[in-house]
Design a protein around this ligand. Structure first.
Ligand code: ZN
Length: 259
């Protein structure tokens, strides 16, 4: 039997359990509530959810998306976050094998999943995630084969510092906040995990954000007052740059610098 073939599947199930916890983080971190206590409860009737109704994916399906006591609808989001976290864990082991890089990817993907949804829901990128995990990113940079500690620190200072400066000038000139401090702290986090590829991630995020912005204004006609959750695009950009960054940079060098 090919034992290695089963590892991504085991990782997938581990990911489901972590995803269930991330749902709690996504809801509670922006509200400054404890992520440990109390246990999960139904926002409709306040009933504490027993363990057998809190099994990732299965409970949602079994309960058909409703609280067993009061019938309040449970958001599909809970199911979705568990599923993508499971897939991220499975993909990490499938793509990187069993290595420090796998652990790094799984941690980074987890942070990006949490930041994506807190920004989407509340326009908040919690400091506990952005600033809190910078030391963790530095430890990974120390062990990384692709970037070194100096590069990560330099990119973080230049990237986040540069953005902070632009935001400050923009604020002084226009008197309104163009980019939030949350985005800048998130870029600092990206710098330690991605090194130089953080700039690629920022570029991808800006491109996706612009396309989404035009779509929201001209197709959905939500008007210019709709605040784009830029952190969502930074999350997507980060994971694309992490997974495909080397190939993208190699392609760019080959087409535009070698020729
Ligand atoms: Zn209920």
């Amino acid at each position: 039997m090919d034992w290695f073939g089963t590892f991504p599947i085991i990782a997938f199930f581990f990911g489901l359990i972590f995803g269930s916890f991330y749902n709690v983080c996504i809801y509670r971190l922006p509200r400054d509530e404890s992520i440990i206590k109390p246990r999960s409860f139904c926002p409709g009737c306040g009933k504490t959810i027993p363990w057998y109704e809190n099994i990732p994916l299965f409970s949602y399906l079994f309960l058909r998306g409703k609280c067993s006591t009061c019938g309040a609808t449970i958001s599909f989001r809970y199911f979705f976050v568990e599923l993508i976290t499971g897939l991220a864990f499975g993909f990490g082991v499938y793509h990187y094998g069993i290595s420090i890089k796998t652990l790094e990817f799984v941690v980074l993907a987890s942070l990006m999943i949490i930041l994506f949804f807190t920004d989407l829901d509340e326009r908040i990128l919690p400091d506990e995630i952005t600033l809190g995990f910078i030391p963790v990113g530095l430890i990974f940079a120390f062990f990384s084969m692709e970037r070194n500690l100096k590069e990560s620190i330099l990119v973080t200072i230049l990237g986040a510092g540069g953005l902070a400066l632009i935001a400050w000038i923009y604020f002084k000139v226009k008197k309104i906040e163009g980019m939030g401090m949350g985005d800048i702290k998130m870029l600092a986090l990206m710098g330690v995990f991605l090194g130089i590829k953080a700039f690629l991630a920022l570029l991808i995020a800006a491109l996706l954000g612009t396309i989404a912005g035009l779509f929201i204004i001209y197709v959905l006609k939500k008007g210019k007052r709709y605040e784009i959750p830029f952190g969502c695009f930074l999350s997507i950009g980060t994971l694309i740059a992490y997974i495909y960054g080397n190939e993208m940079l190699a392609w760019y060098v080959h087409h535009y610098i070698v020729h």
